[in-house]
Design a binder for this molecule. Structure first.
Ligand SMILES: Nc1nc2c(c(=O)[nH]1)N(C=O)[C@@H](CNc1ccc(C(=O)N[C@@H](CCC(=O)O)C(=O)O)cc1)CN2
Ligand SMILES: Nc1ncnc2c1ncn2[C@@H]1O[C@H](COP(=O)(O)OP(=O)(O)OP(=O)(O)O)[C@@H](O)[C@H]1O
Length: 195
């Protein structure tokens, strides 16, 4: 039997490869369908004007939140993006005038004089490598989101929503003590309410 950490590594490698192999057309369709699912979910009534919502800029075949971002912008939601802060994340406003810098993983971050703590957000759309229907999340392996939401209390904001392609579903993820469970999962075909 492989140890839990190595089974996570093997899964991570396989799932990253699968999502990177999606074509540009498949990615574009998935991003649109994701927004359709969001709009028909109860989340669209919760995330309204002036709520603070974080998303991400897609990387490595991740499902793109771009179309979702347009929708939220039109509904006057205040959008944020993650910025690396040591081994955790803080969040900077994402506006049409944001200036950019690349982090050490080559992902763009807004250059901001002010950032907020993750617990000040109303909702966070999290990128992921794999998920299971119990709310387990496998990320890129840095532990950034887990550290950021380590002190989040169940049923308290922010709502943690995992975004994924359907092909990133796994029957049962090997979960570790530090894993912070997702409250919802949104894919192009499904909205899953876990809490
Ligand atoms: N789009 C996006 N933004 C994000 C995350 C994410 O998973 N996706 N993060 C979620 O935590 C944080 C960054 N964490 C990351 C951790 C590893 C890699 C990564 O690509 N690692 C490469 C090596 C890259 C390098 O070292 O230059 C790899 O493992 O192959 C990327 C982001 C914050 N922003
Ligand atoms: N709250 C925490 N405190 C200290 N270390 C942590 C915490 N959360 C995770 N870690 C460490 O981070 C490492 C990576 O964790 P894990 O593989 O779960 O990351 P991930 O969820 O895949 O990554 P990410 O959230 O960045 O996408 C682990 O070795 C773990 O020890």
């Amino acid at each position: 039997m492989p140890s839990p950490s190595s089974s996570r590594e093997i899964l991570r490698r396989q799932l990253r490869q699968t999502r990177r192999h999606l074509s540009n057309e498949e990615q574009a369709l998935a991003a649109k369908q994701l927004t359709t699912q969001f709009v028909s979910s109860p989340l669209s009534n919760t995330l309204t004007q002036n709520t603070r919502v974080a998303l991400y800029l897609s990387n490595d075949g991740e499902i793109s939140p771009n179309s979702l971002c347009e929708y939220l912008w039109q509904h006057d939601v205040d959008l944020y993006l993650p910025v690396l802060d040591g081994k955790a994340l803080r969040f900077a406003r994402y506006t049409s005038t944001s200036k950019w810098a690349e982090n050490r993983f080559g992902i763009k971050e807004p250059v901001a004089s002010e950032t907020i703590d993750g617990l000040e957000l109303d909702a966070v759309f999290l990128p992921l490598v794999g998920f299971d229907i119990e709310g387990g999340r496998l990320g890129m392996g840095g532990g950034f989101y887990d550290r950021t939401f380590e002190h989040k209390q169940a049923n308290q904001p922010p709502i943690l929503i995992g975004l994924a392609h359907d092909c990133q579903a796994v029957a049962k993820l090997p979960i570790e003590s530090w894993d912070v469970p997702l409250d919802n999962i949104l894919t192009p075909s499904t909205f899953i309410q876990l809490t």
